[in-house]
Design a protein around this ligand. Structure first.
Ligand SMILES: *[C@@H]1O[C@H](CO)[C@@H](O)[C@H](O)[C@H]1NC(C)=O
Ligand SMILES: *[C@@H]1O[C@H](CO)[C@@H](O)[C@H](O)[C@H]1NC(C)=O
Ligand SMILES: *[C@@H]1O[C@H](CO)[C@@H](O)[C@H](O)[C@H]1NC(C)=O
Length: 312
């Protein structure tokens, strides 16, 4: 009866659930440890985690030196189950937010005003994720449950997310609507990067205007142009990388030109050096004028002058 609702990955979750016996949903799901210090002094430590079969380590009696520490065990033991976790109303101001929401790795579940679960997410920064949901989907973010995962490795995060998901599916028979396959409401799409601009149609096409004029037109027709080494999606030097990073972190709508592109920007490096009278790359132009290279842009960014300069 669940099948039509479920994708492959959800089925996998259900399948893996089938091998797990929840003795009680309230109990910490993963750790069943028969302590060596218990009166029975049982020599066997057995444990299971959600994704793995149930290994068991046999220890010689009275030898308490473990050969290894199963890491996910420790996390799961500290990590609260979905139902154990109390939900909190999403704070509305940024200050309140920062004081109430952890900026740690973990999982979170978002509920709407009717207290219906909308989405269970996993993140490297709970506060930042919930905050971005709140900004983009205020009507769906009424309260949240958050679970910090102390060990920030990917496997423990996935494990934690799966445990909440499984618990919810187990109790309701449903996947949260926001986690249904194909629902892009909650998962931020990486912004599509613009393509780099090319100065010429190709190296072997005879230019009818001098390259210098093409550069001139390009920097005057576009508010911000960064001549960088490599493309904006894969800068080829640290300085270019930093330039792209700064422009993107400030949300600047800019054009980029790859000065290393010998096919479409052939001869650009030499011509641009003369045009701008600046010997190195990257070079950033704003409103048709050279601003400078990476250092100058970095300093403008640090002093908070970039936005003002762009408005001019
Ligand atoms: C206990 O186990 C450790 C690791 O397996 C081993 O190196 C050590 O010799 C053992 N000690 C005793 C008393 O058996
Ligand atoms: C995606 O999930 C949200 C709930 O968070 C729901 O309101 C919306 O209708 C869903 N969209 C689709 C296309 O299923
Ligand atoms: C649910 O949300 C998680 C976390 O963002 C996402 O990775 C997953 O694809 C979503 N859907 C399903 C079916 O798990």
């Amino acid at each position: 009866m669940l099948a039509p609702l479920l994708s492959d990955s959800q089925l996998l979750i259900l399948l893996s659930m089938a091998t797990i016996t929840f003795s009680s949903l309230q109990a910490s799901p993963s750790l069943h440890c028969l302590s060596l210090n218990s009166p029975k002094n049982t020599p066997t430590l057995s444990f299971y985690s959600h994704s793995k079969p149930f290994p068991s380590i046999s220890l010689k009696p009275f030898n308490t030196t473990l050969k290894f520490k199963p890491r996910s065990l420790i996390i799961s033991a500290a990590f609260k189950t979905f139902s154990e976790t109390e939900s909190i109303t999403v704070p509305l101001t940024e200050e309140e937010f920062n004081s109430k929401m952890p900026s740690d790795c973990g999982v979170y579940a978002v509920f709407d005003k009717s207290n219906d679960l909308q989405f269970i997410g996993v993140t490297r920064n709970i506060g930042a994720s919930v905050f971005s949901h709140l900004k983009s989907l205020p009507e769906l973010c009424h309260s949240v449950k958050v679970g910090v995962v102390d060990d920030p490795d990917k496997a423990s995060l996935t494990e934690a997310w799966k445990s909440w998901m499984e618990e919810h599916i187990k109790t309701t028979g449903k996947v949260p609507p926001g986690n249904e396959t194909g629902n892009a409401t909650w998962i931020r799409q990486p912004p599509k990067k613009k393509a780099d601009l090319r100065l010429t149609p190709g190296r072997h096409v005879q230019l009818t205007v001098p390259l210098e004029d093409l550069i001139d037109r390009l920097v005057k027709e576009n508010k911000v142009v960064a001549f960088i080494k490599g493309s904006r999606s894969a800068p080829m030097c640290g300085f270019s990388q930093r330039v792209v990073g700064i422009l993107e972190s400030e949300g600047v709508d800019y054009e980029s030109v790859d000065v290393l592109d010998e096919e479409y920007n052939y001869g650009l490096r030499e011509t641009l050096k003369k045009y701008s009278n600046w010997p190195t790359f990257p070079q950033i132009f704003m409103h048709g004028e050279l601003v400078g290279g990476c250092d100058i842009l970095t300093s403008m960014h640090e002093k908070g002058e970039l936005a003002g300069h762009l408005k001019k």
